[in-house]
Design a protein around this ligand. Sequence first.
Ligand SMILES: Nc1nc2c(c(=O)[nH]1)N=C([C@H](O)[C@H](O)COP(=O)(O)OP(=O)(O)OP(=O)(O)O)CN2
Ligand SMILES: [Zn+2]
Length: 156
Amino acid sequence: MESYRIPTKLQRLGSDIDENQLAYHKRRVAVTKEFTFDAAHHLHSYEGKCKNLHGHTYRIVVTVSGYVNNIGLVVDFADLKRIYLETIEQKLDHQYLNEVLPPMNTSAENMVVWMWEQLDEAIHKQVAAEQQVRLEEVVLYETPTSRATLKRAWME
Ligand SMILES: Nc1nc2c(c(=O)[nH]1)N=C([C@H](O)[C@H](O)COP(=O)(O)OP(=O)(O)OP(=O)(O)O)CN2
Ligand SMILES: [Zn+2]
């Protein structure tokens, strides 16, 4: 029986990088991942349409920075996703925000601060300390044209 031949290009995939070449640089690099969730809310003490119950597809853009590990990753995007799911989506998706968030007016400005606190704590606990991974920026879009932003640089 004719044996299956692995194409030459594929044969090389596992062996074309020397272990020493994996440590390609020692720079701090930022990585970003985006997520969406749906929720309802209304604003207190606000005169305008948003005092009434309504919903948004919120978009959150999370940026962390750090040094790469031995395989060239600051943080696995899959780990960022898991942290987002645990700290934000599981609590807020398809919920009435005025009930599930701590007492606050559910403005994008207040929510982005709450999200920062959740993400920052989880990153400190769950991501490898030696890579010095830190949250850099969280942007919360309430609508495609309206967003609130929090940056590490503004807190130092
Ligand atoms: N500074 C803030 N202003 C408003 C907030 C907020 O969180 N921070 N929130 C609201 C409403 O909840 C809602 O998000 C309305 O926002 P708005 O951008 O006015 O939404 P529109 O769909 O009407 O936007 P257009 O793109 O202009 O149609 C209100 N204000
Ligand atoms: Zn709103």
